[in-house]
Design a protein around this ligand. Sequence first.
Ligand code: HEC
Length: 137
Amino acid sequence: MTYGSRRNRVSSTTVAITIGAMLVLGNSLSARAAGDPKRGADVFDGECAECHSVKQGKNKKGPSLFGIVGQKAAGVPDFAYSDGLKNSGITWTVERLDAYIANPNQAVPGGKMGKKYDGLADPQARADVIAFLSAQR
Ligand code: HEC
């Protein structure tokens, strides 16, 4: 009887701690902009589509971005990349993509994209376009 009620108290404490941890985690996740792939499609059309397609094998002024998230930089076989990007050693994680899209010249010195594109200053728009790109595979 006594033991039973004590056990109940312990488990409700555990529940309270679990909920607390979830709230903390939730806050730290939402502090970082969450990307919306639908809005990202519009960002892509407005900012990137002049030079990029997400169709596999379709290169424009820039290489196809099909499956780009998680891929090694300069990996599209028949695109003439700059030496800067070829030698960058980058794998396109979300973080590397974010830095590159924000400021291509700074992220990849000697790269081709930064010569014609200044980058996307708005962090939410970057998160959205990366969410869109993540879905192209
Ligand atoms: C004015 C043309 C232009 C625009 C606009 C542009 N890019 Fe690029 N992009 C390029 C070129 C050219 C390259 C190849 C860079 C090199 O070889 O250094 C490239 C390369 C890339 C790469 C690396 C691809 C790989 O295979 O490693 C990514 C990722 C990328 N662009 C994303 C974007 C995104 C996202 C946008 C829009 C927010 C964008 N680009 C806008 C021209 C452009």
